[in-house]
Design a protein around this ligand. Structure first.
Ligand SMILES: Cc1cc2nc3c(=O)[nH]c(=O)nc-3n(C[C@H](O)[C@H](O)[C@H](O)COP(=O)(O)OP(=O)(O)OC[C@H]3O[C@@H](n4cnc5c(N)ncnc54)[C@H](O)[C@@H]3O)c2cc1C
Length: 387
């Protein structure tokens, strides 16, 4: 398991006057908010949550940058999620993500507002954008971070940590002489603040001319993959491990996920056995998730799995071994054979939530199904301290 090193930051060599000026001119933390068709990705709110904590530690402001077309509501949401200022660049050219106009707009705003730190979600889009922006600004970027902290003033350095060398060690990377310090961060690792619609903040419209003629890339069509797994934004995840026993077992988990309006997750051995696609893997080398409800079925609870899911709000574990380590992080534990327990859970969920509506399918998470009363009831028998 990767270990977080004790940071012994080397003394920063004295800057030249020009460098010192660059450092002191930059202030504040900026989060680039990712949205698709006007819907923000949850990683953006997670980064605003972490950005808020870091900004408070530095005694500075938190900014959001919202790029897109007809996305003003997203900018207002950014305020609710912790930003002091949300810069809104609303432009038809930005309707769909394309590297050139998005990076141009971001570079323009960053040059004008001079944040000391810029954070981006490490999604496909975010990684593409972060690289393009960092190279244009000629500054340092740490990709796919799982820990973000700041050194207190006077250095105010961003400590961007990420697993390295096939996850065997944790590298903490500093950018001492260039500004802004940039990092992309892994979805699911940081916790969003509860949105507060009454928070005060300013939405500031920005923008200059972006011309469609200047953009070489054209998006002809956008094809949504009906089988796409969206663990990152799922409210409920029903995950299976080696104990599921085979692909048929996963059919059972799919049914439970379907009634609860959730997605199916898996441990690494289940993926390696070919029972389910790799896109479902949760854990250190899979995805990090933080759903409202995580139901772990036939998963022992190895640390490499736990790091990917222990941020879930409520964890239910089904395992026939009463001493399985997964029970240490579980809020509700069910000791038994999953082939008996899961059908019972499906039947009970159907009874309480009603038959499936038309169009309900895995991945079509209707908040209605999962909000309100917790879908799983029971006594908190055997609850132990998490972590
Ligand atoms: C560098 C590295 C990275 C890794 N990355 C990941 C990762 O991203 N994700 C990940 O998951 N693992 C990862 N692993 C592997 C990890 O160490 C464990 O091997 C793995 O998580 C164990 O998977 P499991 O719990 O499904 O299987 P097992 O450990 O074999 O556990 C199966 C469990 O099912 C229970 N069980 C069996 N039958 C039933 C039944 N009928 N009903 C109820 N319970 C039953 C058993 O009691 C047992 O607890 C990584 C390992 C390394 C070294």
């Amino acid at each position: 398991m990767a270990r977080v090193p004790k940071r012994a930051s080397e003394p920063v060599p004295p800057e030249t006057p020009a460098e010192a000026q660059v450092l002191s001119e930059h202030e504040g933390i900026l989060v680039i908010v990712e949205q698709r068709l006007g819907q923000a990705r949850s990683v953006s709110w997670q980064l605003l949550g972490q950005g808020r904590r870091l900004a408070d530690k530095l005694g500075t402001k938190l900014m959001a940058l919202v790029l897109g077309y007809r996305v003003e509501p997203v900018a207002r949401e950014a305020i609710a999620y912790g930003a002091d200022v949300a810069y809104l660049w609303d432009d038809p050219v930005l309707e769909r993500y394309r590297t050139r106009p998005y990076s141009e707009a971001a570079v323009h705003v960053i040059r004008a507002e001079k944040p000391e730190i810029v954070l981006v979600g490490a999604t496909y889009t975010g990684r593409d954008l972060a690289g393009a922006v960092a190279t244009r600004l000629e500054t340092g970027l740490t990709a796919d971070c799982t820990l973000l902290d700041v050194e207190p003033p006077p250095t105010r350095l961003l400590q961007a940590s990420r697993p390295a060398f096939s996850e065997k060690l944790m590298a903490t990377i500093l950018c001492k002489k260039r500004r802004p310090q940039m990092a992309s961060a892994r979805p699911g690792v940081f916790e969003a603040l509860p949105p507060d619609p009454n928070r005060s903040g300013r939405v500031v419209r920005v923008g200059s001319t972006l011309r469609e003629e200047d953009v070489a890339a054209r998006v002809l069509d956008f094809i949504q993959d009906p089988d796409r797994v969206n663990l990152e934004d799922a409210t409920v995840i029903v995950a299976g491990g080696r104990g599921v026993g085979g692909p048929q077992g996963f059919q059972l988990l799919r049914q439970l996920a379907q009634v609860l309006g959730g997605e199916v997750g898996a441990s690494r051995p289940a993926v390696e056995a070919g029972w389910i696609d790799r896109a479902h893997q949760v854990g250190q080398t899979g995805q990090t998730v933080r759903p409202k409800l995580y139901i772990a079925c036939g998963i022992s609870g190895a640390v490499q799995h736990l790091v990917g899911m222990e941020g879930s709000q409520v964890i239910v574990a089904v395992n026939r071994e009463p001493d399985a380590p997964i029970f240490r992080v579980a809020d509700y534990r069910i000791v038994g054979d999953l082939h008996q327990v899961v059908p019972a859970l499906i039947a009970e969920a159907r009874r309480r939530l009603g038959p499936l509506d038309e169009g309900d399918a895995p991945g079509n998470q209707s908040a209605v199904r999962t909000s309100g009363a917790s879908p799983v009831h029971g006594t908190r028998e055997g609850v132990q301290d998490r972590g």
